[in-house]
Design a protein around this ligand. Structure first.
Ligand SMILES: [Cu+2]
Length: 123
């Protein structure tokens, strides 16, 4: 008679603990863009837009779309792994300053889940 409640208590406690333990395992958003005023992050400039710099290789330039596709290395400021992706270039005159195959360094102004290239130059 006395063991049943004890077993139930242990089972409930165990379930609660395992549910609790799953919390940190939930996938976090890979990139947090919205600047949190209470917790300024490294790389944020005075205007509130987050800037991030990186290096990579120009994979493609799309003048109609105004984008430069970069095979870029990790960007620590926004916790991005290395990847290949297209960025809008602002101003679009940046499209003419590099060519496919160039090893480049660049600056991004974070916008939404991506960013805009605000500066780029061949290394
Ligand atoms: Cu990327």
């Amino acid at each position: 008679m006395k063991r049943v409640p004890l077993i139930l208590t242990v089972a409930v406690l165990g379930a609660a603990l395992s549910a609790c333990g799953k919390q940190p395992a939930e996938p976090a958003a890979p990139v947090v863009i919205a600047p949190a005023p209470a917790a300024p992050m490294a790389g944020m400039n005075m205007s509130g837009a987050m800037m991030a710099g990186g290096t990579g290789t120009v994979v493609a330039i799309d003048k109609a779309a105004g984008t430069i596709t970069l095979d870029h290395g990790p960007i620590d400021a926004v916790k991005w792994p290395a990847m290949t992706m297209a960025f809008k270039a602002v101003p679009t005159t940046l499209l003419d300053t590099v060519k496919v195959g160039d090893a480049v360094s660049f600056e991004l102004r974070m916008a939404g889940s991506s960013g805009e290239i605000t500066a780029i130059r061949a290394q």
